[in-house]
Design a protein around this ligand. Structure first.
Ligand code: ZN
Ligand code: ZN
Length: 146
């Protein structure tokens, strides 16, 4: 499953003028395998052993390239550093207020809200954002123990 989706992203990249490099491959692989919505810094830390000449800036630039091609989404939440998500299907995020963990979930019905918004305001609706916030299970358990 992971390899299939990774291959899809690699194929998309091949159809553009973006060159596949070992670094780019490793970053993509990490994104698709971790599924943790990592920051550029986290990706850098995970891969620096493999690529001693790589910097956080390189990771960030590569992520920007992926983003432009449309295989990666940049998630910005307030002033925290951007997190990166490999684009598969439309999905939403539930975010832990304590540890910052982001978990995916799907909820197809919300597209209707876009149609409604377009209908009542006359806007050409392009996109929407929805995030759910709370405490993840491990964090909730920790609070109850205190
Ligand atoms: Zn948590
Ligand atoms: Zn996600």
């Amino acid at each position: 499953m992971t390899t299939e989706r990774l291959q899809g992203a690699i194929d998309t990249l091949k159809n553009t003028k973006v060159r596949m490099t070992p670094q780019r491959h490793a970053i993509l692989e990490y994104l698709f395998e971790s599924m943790t919505h990592p920051t550029a810094d986290e990706i850098y830390k995970a891969l620096e052993g493999q690529f001693p000449n790589m910097s956080v800036a390189t990771v960030y630039n590569n992520l920007r390239v992926f983003k432009d091609v449309g295989i990666v989404k940049e998630l910005t939440y307030g002033d925290a550093s951007s997190r990166f998500d490999c684009v598969t299907t439309e999905h939403y995020h539930v975010i832990c207020n304590e540890c910052g963990k982001i978990v995916d979930f799907e909820y197809p019905g919300i597209d209707e809200v876009e149609s409604l918004a377009a209908h009542v305001t006359g806007f050409e609706v392009e996109t929407h954002r929805m995030e759910i916030y709370g405490k993840c299970q491990p964090c909730a358990e920790q609070t109850t123990k205190h």
